[in-house]
Design a protein. Structure first.
Length: 382
């Protein structure tokens, strides 16, 4: 199954926002498009002009995945959410990605729009920092999407529901935990899926995702919750809620690991940064087994990088040494660290070089160049 890179656990209580169509026939023929954005939080109904349609959605700048054309999604139920990079806005990304995977090959499309300041590269980096994941090919990421027919979208999360005819049928300002509205939307999602069994056939009940979302929405990132979950599992290893939550975390770790490794080929620095964060966040937990091979790769990479940095630093000190004022001796000019005259006339510079060499030893003690720096430092030590 072809998969595309989704840079991120992209903002979102949006899995709660797949609102049910208005009739049973609509439900049976519905597909869903979710457009997720990036902001803070508020609560209220918001304002939309009569006759607002999906074609008026301005898709912004394409960042990842497949291109998005609002006019091309007529025939699908469309849910537009303007969210944020805060924990609450990211809360329901795991179940949404699971749902997108279940719907791959069907008329379902997820578009994540990140609306914060910054150019596309900065947005890409921000989304990466929010977490990596592999998503099906029915996912797009854009920057700066908006709809001129809807006001108050500067406050978020804000979501809109368009029916399969492209008409706006529902809109609301406020996230899934604001005033309980999100839980009501969750029930609508479950009702829709109950009528369309093929839409979601996974074993993870939405209740577990709600619990996971509560943990994230409380301000604790998913990876920072791993240790707490590990402790809870140690006390109650057979607790069905904890077991299901652990399975959700397992998928999260797998997605981030696979996506970060894929990123290495295109952007090694960003890829290694993401892998490094993942290895650190899973340390001491059962999920570290998934990232342990990466830790070994980091060790090899760090050894190589340290050797290169140490050699560069040593060359800088040798260059400074060659600029010292030589003294006459043994038939020519010499740079003899044991010669009293040489040491006297270059005392300040020698002290500076010695300090630089000792710093190399401290910073890169295991590198070959650091060993050489230690010998030189011993020669010129006062």
């Amino acid at each position: 199954m072809e998969r595309r890179l989704l840079a991120g656990l992209v903002a979102a209580p949006f899995s709660l926002l797949l609102a049910a169509p208005t009739t049973t026939a609509d439900v049976r023929t519905a597909s869903a498009l979710v457009v997720a954005f990036g902001f803070a939080s508020d609560e209220g109904q918001g304002t939309a002009e009569p006759g607002t349609r999906i074609e008026g959605l301005l898709p912004g700048t394409h960042v990842f995945g497949v291109s998005f054309d609002p006019a091309a999604v007529i025939g699908s139920v469309v849910v537009v959410e303007i969210g944020g990079s805060c924990a609450g806005c990211r809360a329901f990304t795991p179940p949404l990605l699971d749902l997108a995977e279940e719907l791959e090959g069907r008329p379902f499309h997820l578009v994540a729009s990140h609306n914060q300041d910054g150019d596309v590269d900065e947005v890409r980096h921000e989304i990466f920092q929010n977490g990596l994941g592999l998503a099906p090919a029915n996912v797009s990421v854009v920057k700066g999407a908006s709809h001129p027919g809807v006001t108050d979208t500067g406050h978020a999360p804000y979501y809109m529901v368009f029916d399969q005819h492209g008409a706006l049928v529902h809109h609301h300002l406020g996230g899934p935990y604001h005033g309980g509205d999100g839980l009501a939307v969750l029930e609508r999602v479950r009702e829709m899926l109950r009528h369309v069994p093929a839409v979601y056939t996974g074993s993870e009940p939405f209740d577990e995702y709600a619990k996971l979302a509560e943990r994230i929405a409380s301000g604790v990132k998913l990876e920072r919750s791993m240790a707490d979950l590990e402790d809870a599992l140690a006390d109650a290893p057979d607790d069905p809620e904890l077991v299901r939550l652990a399975a959700a975390v397992e998928r999260h770790v797998a997605r981030r690991t696979d996506a970060a490794e894929a990123l290495l080929a295109r952007d090694p620095k960003e890829g290694f940064d993401q892998l490094d964060d993942l290895v650190e966040s899973t340390a001491g937990t059962r999920w570290h087994q998934r990232t342990q091979p990466l830790a070994e790769r980091f060790a090899e990479r760090d050894t190589r990088k340290n050797a290169e940095k140490a050699a560069k630093a040593l060359n800088a000190q040798l260059k400074a040494w060659n600029k010292l004022e030589p003294v006459a001796g043994n038939g020519g000019d010499v740079l003899d660290p044991f010669d009293p005259t040489f040491r006297a006339q270059n005392a300040a510079a020698l002290a500076k070089i010695g300090a630089g060499l000792r710093e190399i030893v401290t910073d890169y003690g295991s590198a070959p160049a650091a060993e050489h720096a230690a010998r030189l430092a011993g020669l010129i030590a006062p």
